[in-house]
Design a protein around this ligand. Structure first.
Ligand code: PLP
Length: 398
């Protein structure tokens, strides 16, 4: 059989395993409408309720009236005054010298690594890092890769010792390879934090650069949602910070925040920026409004944490094991894969949308239903969610 025919046959066979995502016909607030019915939204990372925030909508509408829709390629005529303002405000918010935006955090991660590392440099990466970091290291073509056991600082140190040995051998151009340590800020399956103070300390000891992907930390951790680096009081100590504008910011896009010379290097060399489109006018205007709101008041971040405390206590009082989360990501541990799947399905029947997370996303025997908390939940929403978990738990054990 021809190779192309085999390819098409293989695709047809795989269709049996096809899963179709649920189609949402409302905005992304505390409730989602799916096939005409309303569900409590326990599974989106819209931590602050910005997806339906009137001020963001108004900012986007006003900007569309004034400037239209699209922008263009940043290095040609696509750099709009709104982009420049957004980047300045993000840097100010993060407490870094400068920032540069991309159309996603996926692209920001790829740029962050690819622009400064070549195949003879060295990456030391947490084993549980997000797929976009794994792909970033791949696209950079880095051959010297070390993965350390999740948040295990003695393993990180032994990997750094090995990296140091490797660093002694110069690259073909005579320079010694750079060592870059990369970690997620918040790990999205368990909601635990990277031990950043220790990582920074080890980076200094072994002469390595540091990169933190704070996609789930921005808008959530630190003073007024400034993120993980602020949470640990480490401003100026982390070389590269990645942020997503699609999680707490509820729009789309990503950024790199860093010292000015490094941002200049990305401005000139990042292929994901040179050869891919910039954020649109409404996205940029809405994001600018979101950063402004976070700068004005800590109210939303406090509301989020009030809901986190309330739900954590609620789940614990009901006897659920909620792991060791330190963030609004609450893993309700069920362990058994089938149980987690039927639990999620029954919750859906009760009007609660919360995903089952099973192998291979998490190790076998650690299946869970993951709840993501938002500032947009009212107390009644939280109570309704807890009541549904209680009911389903009784049904499934009875
Ligand atoms: C969601 C996520 C990303 C990707 O963000 P996008 O802006 O959607 O591309 C990257 N890193 C981490 C840790 C994430 O959770």
């Amino acid at each position: 059989m021809a190779t192309t025919a085999k390819f098409w046959n293989k695709l047809s066979a795989a269709q049996a395993l096809k899963t179709v995502p649920r189609v949402v016909s409302s905005g992304q607030g505390a409730h989602l409408e799916i096939e005409g019915k309303s569900y409590l939204n326990f599974c989106s990372s819209h931590y602050l309720g910005f997806a339906e925030e009137p001020r963001l909508k108004q900012a986007a509408q006003a900007a569309i009236e004034k400037y239209g829709m699209g922008t263009g390629y940043r290095t040609l005529a696509g750099t709009h005054a709104l982009h420049v303002e957004l980047e300045r405000e993000i840097a100010h918010f993060k407490g870094t010298e400068a920032a540069v935006c991309f159309s996603s955090a996926y692209a920001a991660n790829a740029s962050a690594v690819q622009t400064i590392m070549d195949k003879d440099d060295i990456v030391v990466s947490d084993q549980l890092n997000h797929a976009s970091i794994i792909d970033a290291v791949r696209v950079a073509g880095v051959r010297n890769k070390f993965a350390y056991a999740h948040s295990d600082m003695s393993d990180l140190e032994s990997k750094l010792a090995a990296a140091s040995e490797l660093q002694k051998k110069p690259k073909p151009n005579g320079e010694h390879p750079l060592i870059l340590i990369i970690t997620d800020g918040v790990f999205s399956m368990d909601g635990d934090l990277a031990p950043l103070p220790k990582i920074v300390e080890l980076a200094k000891k072994y002469d390595a650069l540091t990169m933190v992907d704070d996609a789930h930390g921005e808008g959530v951790l630190g003073k007024g949602g400034r993120g993980l680096v602020n949470h640990f009081g480490l401003e100026g100590e982390v070389d590269i910070e990645i942020g997503s504008l699609s999680k707490a910011f509820s729009v789309m896009g990503g950024f790199i925040a860093a010292k000015q010379p490094l941002i200049d290097c990305y401005l000139m060399g990042a292929r994901q920026r040179l050869f891919s489109i910039a954020l649109t006018i409404p996205d940029t205007a809405a994001l600018l409004e979101a950063v402004t709101m976070l700068g004005e008041s800590e109210h939303l971040v406090q509301k989020l944490w009030g809901n986190v405390d309330y739900l954590r206590k609620g789940f614990t009082d009901l006897g659920f094991d909620i792991g060791h989360s330190e963030t609004p990501i609450i893993p309700v541990m069920l362990r058994d894969e089938d149980l987690a799947r039927s639990f999620s399905a029954k919750l859906f029947e009760e009007g609660v949308f919360a995903s089952a997370i099973c192998f291979p996303m998490v190790p076998k025997g650690t299946a869970r239903v993951r709840v993501i908390v938002s500032a947009s939940f009212s107390k009644e929403d939280c109570d309704a969610g807890l009541a549904a978990f209680k009911k389903v738990s009784q049904e499934l054990s009875g």
